[in-house]
Design a protein around this ligand. Structure first.
Ligand code: PLP
Length: 398
């Protein structure tokens, strides 16, 4: 019998990581695979941020930090919330973690009791559902419609609430769809939550800076629900700092303290050097992010221009983040040149990996089995070549 716990046995391996593994195998065999399965900026971390990390090392800043983060960074995060989001937090409401991922996990583990329901807006980021399972909660997925760019509406939310609902979870800008909730849409959601005082909200704003429509609205800006919103953000996407493992949340002091306690027993907080780098990043403002966003927008437009000519590839225009998330179910039921049949998004992703040498992630992992996610965080040349190949491979399906 297996020594492994039920907890880990029922857990799915991250689908994005599984796809990346398969494409690495092909690369190792010498194939020219274009990897569009990763959720990662292809830019280097800006130099001024790297310099701050070098300085931290030279200063001997190599010891444990306070679990919730160094005081200067927690203060700088408060300043950022005030400047960018018109939100007022005190440093004791901020918990710095090993990526936004740990901030999300801390919040879920700190809020959800066994059997409580978490409404996960779908399509969702792959880890949400697994985090809820880890907390022995019940993930209830709520699917937005294609016509509404997959955004869940307030009416849908209202209808999904039960006496066991404890938390809602969503990202805006959204991974995988790139949809951005407007202030009015979040206001309507806030109105629903205002009528259900037992429900909390986990707002994942990690893609805040990668926004092509301009306005970033936060659920915490609505006073009637502000003290029940946990806002998560970080450095991975906006500052191209995925490997530094640095993110944070802002919440009511009792919730922030619970997250700090959770973190104190699991990681003791994140890397001292990364925290100094994050401090420099925030003090530098968002100029470096704005440069990257200009590139992400150009690439989005480039890709949309190619894929608009691919039949059965229904792609809403992303308002943010760096993915396209086409609906591809028109290809289900088709047959590949080698005779194998395509019945799912996973089959199609495997076909594209083998035939087009382009790796993407099937929609199943995001709670949207008719869709597929392609990252647009790659060079213009790679993107042009990748979607030319995808188009050619799809045309071969009978
Ligand atoms: N939230 C969303 C929606 C993401 O896409 C990601 C990364 O892919 C994260 C959180 C995790 O970010 P971090 O690298 O800061 O842990």
């Amino acid at each position: 019998t297996s020594p492994l716990s039920d907890r880990v046995t029922v857990m799915q391996e991250s689908a994005t990581i599984a796809m990346a593994k398969k494409s690495r195998e092909l690369v190792a065999k010498g194939f020219d695979v274009i990897n569009l399965s990763f959720g990662e900026p292809d830019f280097q971390t800006p130099q001024y941020i790297k310099d701050a990390a070098k300085q931290a090392l030279d200063d001997g800043f190599t010891f444990y930090t306070p679990v919730a983060g160094i005081p200067e960074l927690r203060q700088a995060i408060c300043d950022k919330f005030r400047r960018d989001n018109q939100l007022d937090f005190q440093p004791n409401q901020i918990v710095v973690s090993t990526g936004a991922k740990q901030a999300l996990a801390n919040a879920v583990m700190s809020l959800v009791n066994p059997g409580e329901e978490v409404i996960v807006f779908s399509p969702y980021w792959v880890s949400y559902e697994e985090m809820v399972k880890l907390a022995d909660g019940v993930a209830v997925t709520l699917v937005g419609t294609l016509e509404n760019e997959y955004k869940v509406t307030a009416a849908q939310l209202e209808a999904a609430i039960t006496p066991r609902t404890k938390l809602i979870m969503y990202s805006s800008p959204c991974n995988p769809t790139g949809a951005v909730f407007s202030r009015a849409e979040l206001g309507a959601i806030a109105e629903v939550l205002a009528r259900h005082p037992q429900i909390y909200a986990l707002a994942d704003e990690i893609y805040e800076y990668i926004n092509f429509v301009g306005e970033h609205a936060s659920l915490a800006q609505f006073p009637e629900v502000a003290d029940r919103v946990i806002t998560v953000n970080g450095f991975s996407k906006g500052y191209a700092m995925t490997g530094w493992r640095l993110g944070y949340l802002a919440a009511r002091p009792d919730i922030a303290y619970a997250c700090e306690k959770m973190q104190s027993q699991i990681t003791s907080g994140t890397c001292s050097i990364a925290q100094r780098a994050g401090l420099a990043a925030l003090r530098g403002g968002r100029a470096s992010a704005d440069e990257m966003v200009a590139a992400y927008r150009r690439r989005r437009d480039l890709v949309l221009d190619i894929v608009k000519d691919i039949p059965g590839f229904i792609t809403p225009t992303p308002s943010g983040a760096f993915y396209i998330f086409p609906e591809v179910s028109a290809y289900f039921g088709r047959t590949a040149p080698d005779g194998s049949s395509i019945s799912t998004s996973m089959d199609l992703a495997m076909y594209l990996l083998n035939d087009a040498l382009v790796s993407a992630v099937s929609g199943e992992a995001f709670g949207a089995p008719e869709c597929m996610r392609f990252s647009t965080a790659a060079s213009d040349e790679k993107l042009t070549e990748a979607f030319r190949r995808v188009k050619a491979s799809l045309a071969k399906l009978a």
